[in-house]
Design a protein around this ligand. Structure first.
Ligand code: GDP
Length: 456
């Protein structure tokens, strides 16, 4: 028999309420042993909130005043009997109630085990289960929305639709291969090619969103670089809307890199404000510079600040060279002062975006935010129901599936034997099945025979 698991399901700390949750066949039995109704009537009806106390049946010690609910299988989160005990959000209360559940026959739940059981019991597929974790960990509104959509099955249904098309194709090919004498329509190479090409397009449509999806889920890492005194700290402060890094007039005071998290248009951004990347003899400063270079290397996007009120210096030119083959936005700051350097003097790659700002007057910030958002979304405007592939595992499986489909296309084009083509289509089908957690082989065989009349 399946074990019954128990765990504290709310965060540790002080809070109004906390929840101990159990899942498994003994949940109700355990609740009945440890719960005493305030009304004195001890009938626990499913899906009703019951007010009372948790008491240790061994010695009658009262642990806390609680609300308890029992949800009967199979229409529960895990697909099993589930009990939730809402007690006061004190760690002591939660810990003692959990210990009592464990003494009464439950086992401590492993990490993510409630959701794992939900998956194993078919309450959700693998990608939906993964979305639950993303939902809990979401740090920005966009990553939350993406996880919510995925949990609702928007990715699963798209993947299933593509997978079904691969399955249909597999069946048709297999039938042609195995039963050439049967009275069935022959499949042509052109038909296979057409169908593969449509499938490839659909996988591609999903993959297109993967770059944006990864950033939405994990956040965008942005390095703010520029020589001393151009306004790097000021820019960071604008984004953070508070004075976290010190703004001064003395060049080189941002000695270290400072990392800060901010939310920009619902996207989580990790900003690194760096000391100017320039050679120096000062040991403290040079340490900061070393770190700047590291931050520079690992950033998804670089914001290079240039002071438009002074002529370009060697250091600006050096930095301009360094960003030429990187994703970067150039910020021409101090536009409120007399302009000495304008964009025509920059001599950078023509596709690099240049934004003019006066951070002192708060001008150009909106445009800069537009440019950063544009970098993340690639200018794509997403509608509510659009699928965003946020998970690296899913993206990599989609890529593998795509490779297999392309292999199959190449082989179909040169009229290779059907059994070779079938191998790649089957591999693509299996890769997609790994996203949803489905298993494949028996399914296909059964379907093939289901297409035949038995009497024929
Ligand atoms: P950092 O060394 O690159 O981090 O530069 P800071 O952000 O510390 O700014 C250096 C100085 O330039 C400070 O006195 C800021 O107030 C000033 N500053 C920043 N942005 C502007 C701007 O747009 N216009 C003017 N006039 N001064 C600015």
């Amino acid at each position: 028999m399946e074990s019954t698991i128990a765990a504290i399901s709310t965060a540790y700390g002080e809070s109004g309420i906390g929840i101990v949750r159990m899942s498994g066949p003994m949940s109700l039995n355990i609740l009945t042993k440890i719960f005493v109704s305030a009304k004195g009537v001890q009938i626990i009806k499913p899906r009703y909130m019951h007010y009372g106390y948790i008491e240790d049946p061994q010695n009658g010690t009262r642990l806390d005043e609680v609300l308890a609910v029992y949800m009967k299988a199979p229409h529960t989160y895990t697909g099993e009997d589930v009990v939730e005990i809402q007690c006061h959000g004190s760690y002591i209360s939660l810990k003692e109630i959990l210990a009592l559940c464990l003494r009464s026959g439950a086992e401590p739940a492993g990490r993510g085990e409630f959701t794992k059981r939900a998956f194993l019991n078919g309450r959700m597929d693998l990608s939906q289960a993964e979305a639950v974790i993303d939902l809990i960990k979401a740090r920005s509104s966009r990553s939350f929305d993406a996880a919510l959509g995925q949990m609702g099955g928007n990715l699963s249904s798209k993947v299933r639709a593509v997978r079904d098309k691969l399955k249909e194709l597999l069946i048709d090919i297999t039938v042609n291969m195995d039963y050439p004498d049967e009275d069935i329509e022959e499949i042509t190479y052109d038909q296979i090619l057409n169908r593969l090409s449509l499938i490839n397009d659909e996988i591609n449509n999903l993959l297109v969103s993967a770059g944006e999806g990864k950033i939405i889920r994990e956040g965008l890492s942005v390095a703010i670089v520029g020589k001393p005194n151009v306004g790097k700290s000021s820019l960071m402060n604008v984004f953070l809307k508070e004075n976290r890094s010190i703004v001064t007039d003395i060049p080189g005071t941002t000695r270290d890199t400072i990392e800060e998290q901010a939310s920009l248009r619902g996207i989580r951004i990790c900003f690194t404000d760096t000391a100017g990347i320039h050679e120096t003899d000062d040991p403290v400063e040079s340490l900061g510079i070393e770190r700047s270079k590291q931050a520079f290397d690992k950033a998804d996007l670089i914001l290079l600040l240039i002071d438009s009120s002074t002529p370009l210096e060697e250091e600006d030119k050096e930095l301009l060279k360094m960003i030429n083959d990187r994703s970067a936005i150039i910020v021409l700051n101090k536009q409120d002062l007399h302009t000495v350097t304008d964009e025509n003097m920059l001599e950078t790659a023509p596709n690099l975006k240049v934004i003019k700002t006066s951070l002192a007057e708060g001008k150009g910030v909106e445009e800069l935010e537009d440019a950063i958002e544009m970098f993340v979304t690639g200018g794509q405007i997403r509608r509510e129901n659009d699928v965003l592939v946020t998970n690296v595992r899913h993206a990599s499986l989609l890529r593998k599936a795509k490779e297999e489909v392309e292999q199959a296309e190449n082989m179909t084009a040169i009229h290779e034997a059907l059994d070779f083509i079938e191998v790649n289509i089957r591999a693509a089908f299996d890769y997609l099945g790994e996203i949803t957690g489905d298993t494949a082989s028996d399914e296909i065989i059964n379907e093939i025979f289901a297409r035949f009349c038995l009497g024929k």
